[in-house]
Ligand binder design. Structure first.
Ligand SMILES: *Cc1c(COP(=O)(O)O)cnc(C)c1O
Length: 493
């Protein structure tokens, strides 16, 4: 299978090349030339498999340069004892129509592990297959969770370096500590004086700098991305939509072939786009509900067809969704239009005027498959309280946004369709907001909150989050957003 850039439509590369490059030379994102289609037998067969085998079955449809055995070995190493639940992505049924897909049982307690535990292995195998000898240097802009997950996924992986930029005041204390205490000899973490979009824009600018690429090449390095713009991040995420569907059928919430809606807390549009691919492949997916926090640029886009980032940036209690430029939307626009010139136009408008209008026809196409909604911090916290009191289920702030948006839609429509809510982080990762939502008064701000939440709820905190306060801080540097490239150069010297 070949991959093409959203801004060119031609100039196809292989899957391993798409994973190595991360972003296309023209600034576009790689998408598969065509989407593989499955039938009901495929889904039925998945039902009897464990998560690893399900992931292999889906991945091999996209990554045909890997043998079945190779992918089996990679999946076995990626989804095993590093997860604290043998189901890897367990489905928790809360009532006859609703289940929560827990994607945070990996080493960093957020859904990013689902992709970033496997992606470094796909990447190093891709480098081997393409005879690459230089050291790949992964640059990451993170709103909190990606950075830690990338550090954990790439730490001490031979032939790789990883450098993470995070917004100085845009991540939780626990997230900051998770990154600042990272182990590994090939890693670096730097804060940026700005918000997530500043960090992401800075990283994109570094990727686009050809002169800098030549300098690094001379030193034996080349840059790549572990952000969700990399196909190696997206492909593994498609698998858990299939897995969730099989488990919905097993739990009796749907009959095989009946549609399931998915409600996804969304930031960069990567997670929900993986769901759209699953739907395109033939998984019976009804709607994809795109849930935003107060940074509701996507909810507005779905309603109006106008993407407009000219609006105040809100720092919310769901920081991994504090995003005004949702990069992966570009992939959807390309796939729905098949028109790279149109995509180039939208992206030029976005970088110029900060907005683009896809027009009525394309807007209707988006609305045929997606519903949008958003939820403010106070409502997300109220939802955490409600879920805990009424269902005994403890959700984190991001999951709560999705849960609340779903509740609002169901109330408005007066029907309850079978729906999977993607649960994207452990509540212990966002202890301050979760404790507040449960009505607890606390003076703590740091890692002590993990213990406090455990004591209040009687739930066990994920291992890696306990004792975070005692770990040695290794990274404390911060830079102005103009100085990010210099920091990369100093690290890759
Ligand atoms: C990254 C993240 C999201 C948003 O996912 P996207 O792929 O960026 O849309 C939601 N919740 C949590 C906890 C995350 O870490």
């Amino acid at each position: 299978m070949k991959y093409v850039s959203t801004r060119e439509g031609t100039a196809a590369v292989t899957g391993t090349q798409a994973i190595i490059r991360g972003i296309a030379p023209d600034g576009g994102l790689y998408v598969p030339e065509s989407v593989p289609v499955i039938d009901e037998d495929f889904i039925r067969a998945l039902g009897d498999m464990d998560y690893r085998a399900r992931a292999v079955a889906v991945l091999e449809l996209y990554l045909d340069e890997f043998s079945h055995g190779e992918l089996e070995a990679i999946a076995a190493a990626s989804y095993g004892g590093n997860f604290d639940d043998p189901a890897i992505a367990p489905l928790r049924t809360l009532d006859g129509q609703t289940a929560y897909l827990e994607l945070w049982h990996g080493p960093t307690s957020a859904f990013k592990d689902m992709a970033l535990q496997i992606m470094p292995r796909l990447l190093t195998a891709s480098l081997r297959k393409n005879g690459e000898r230089r050291t790949v240097s992964i640059l990451v802009a993170t709103s909190g969770d990606t950075g830690k997950a990338a550090l954990e996924g790439f730490k001490d992986v031979p032939g790789t370096r990883v450098m993470v930029f995070y917004p100085r005041d845009g991540v939780s204390q626990v997230q900051k500590l998770q990154m600042a205490t990272q182990q590994g000899s090939n890693v670096n973490v730097v804060a940026v004086n700005g918000n997530f979009d500043d960090a992401q824009t800075g990283v994109k600018r570094i990727f686009a700098d050809r002169d800098f690429a030549r300098v690094l090449d001379g030193r034996g390095y080349f840059l790549s991305s572990a952000n969700s713009i990399n196909w190696g991040r997206l492909a593994p995420q498609i698998a858990y939509y299939f897995s969730a569907y099989c488990d919905m059928a097993k739990a009796g919430l749907v009959k095989l072939g009946e549609c399931v809606d998915f409600c996804v807390p969304t930031g960069n549009f990567g997670d929900i786009l993986a769901g759209w691919y699953a739907k395109r492949m033939g998984l019976p997916v009804g709607r994809l509900i795109c849930a935003s926090n107060e940074n509701n640029v996507l909810a507005d886009f779905i309603a109006t067809g106008v993407y407009d980032k000219n609006r105040p940036f809100h720092v919310t209690c769901s920081p991994s969704m504090d995003i005004l430029v949702s990069s992966n939307l570009e992939r959807l626009l390309y796939c729905l239009t098949g028109d790279p010139a149109a995509v180039r136009g939208f992206m030029a408008d976005l970088s110029g005027a900060g907005r683009y209008d896809v027009g009525a026809a394309l807007g209707d196409k988006v609305r045929a498959e997606f519903a949008g909604g958003f939820c403010r911090d106070a409502d997300a916290k109220a939802e955490i309280g409600r879920l805990w009191r009424e269902k005994g289920y403890l959700a984190d702030t991001h999951t709560a946004v999705a849960s609340r948006v779903l509740a609002d839609i169901r109330q408005r429509e007066g029907v309850r369709r079978p729906t999977v809510v993607l649960s994207t982080a452990s509540p212990f990762k966002f202890g301050a907001a979760v404790l507040e939502a449960l009505g607890a008064v606390t003076s703590e701000t740091g890692p002590e909150l993990v213990d406090e939440l455990a004591a209040l709820t009687g739930l066990a905190a994920p291992g890696p989050l306990t004792g975070l306060g005692e770990k040695k801080v290794r990274f404390e540097a911060w830079v102005e957003k103009e100085d990010m490239e210099q920091a990369v150069s100093a690290f890759l010297c």
